[in-house]
Design a binder for this molecule. Structure first.
Ligand code: ATP
Length: 248
């Protein structure tokens, strides 16, 4: 299933298969996935445990090699790209947000945010760092360390860190999974604002309320895309997921 009409895809998977292990012990984590993620849209990826969500994320970002098929990132085929090229590409074109924030505990919010630019060998401007934190509502927390921030604030620092390189695609793996419902709503509203400003987001989640904030939800089961919802509601997502989990 490829969708999106004439919209250019920020990420495209063409007939992607990913097999782990050999012969009798082999697992087909992705099984012929063809999927386009239109630029400037927010897609949630859902499915039962073991359905292939993390594998999809890893293959789409070049962290994992596909067994067959193709992966295109902003139109460039990265399927056979050399490791060094992929590392640079990930630093420049991809932002990551994780469930447990993955901030460096010994660094301040500002230092965490400037880290990706430093790693990429780029010039770091204090005003860019301030602006990135200000945009997530933390302009007054520049010098706080992660332990001095709430979970929701830490996730907002992580989003600022992911966005500082102006990535073509922001990948989020359970970004609200460790947050209380109020902080989760704040983080989802922030992601919504980014998409309104043209950002592409691909998010793995188990939470129907988080998925309902996205433009579309793609459902995986046994390594295949088996369903999709546009303009999802929490109720509709929860219902589809329950049906899917019942049939597993
Ligand atoms: N490195 C690996 N080696 C062998 N098998 C793997 C590896 N990574 C994933 N798998 C298998 O591939 C399948 C898909 O796993 P994946 O982690 O992508 O699922 P998931 O949908 O993200 O699950 P969860 O929601 O539990 O995180 C599973 O059967 C898993 O056991």
């Amino acid at each position: 299933m490829i969708y999106g009409g004439n919209t250019p895809f920020a990420v495209e998977l063409r007939a992607v298969t990913k097999q782990y292990g050999a012969k009798s012990a082999s697992v087909r984590a992705l099984n012929g996935v063809s999927l386009g993620f239109p630029a400037g849209t927010w897609t949630a990826v859902m499915g039962p445990s073991g359905s292939g969500k993390s594998t999809l994320l890893h293959c789409a970002t070049g962290l994992d090699r596909v067994s067959s098929g193709q992966v295109l990132l902003t139109g460039t085929d990265i399927t056979q790209a050399p490791e060094a090229y992929l590392t640079t590409l990930r630093r420049r074109s991809i932002g990551f947000v994780f469930q447990h924030f993955n901030l460096v505990a010994s660094l301040t919010a500002a230092q965490n945010v400037e880290l990706p630019l430093k790693l990429a060998g780029s010039r770091v401007s204090k005003s860019d760092v301030f602006e990135a934190l200000d945009q997530v509502g933390l302009g007054d927390r520049l010098h706080h360390r992660p332990r001095e921030l709430s979970g929701g604030q830490q996730q907002r620092v992580a989003i600022a860190r992911a966005m500082i390189t102006r990535p073509a695609v922001l990948f989020a793996d359970e970004p609200t999974g460790a947050l209380d419902s109020q902080s989760a709503r704040t983080v989802l509203a922030l992601l919504k604002d980014l998409v309104r400003n043209g950002q592409t987001i691909i998010m793995v989640t188990h939470d129907p309320a988080a998925a309902a904030a996205a433009d579309s939800v793609v459902f995986l089961s046994d390594g295949r895309v088996i369903d999709r919802l546009d303009q999802p509601t929490t109720h509709a997502v929860a219902e589809r997921l329950a049906r899917l989990e019942e049939s597993c």
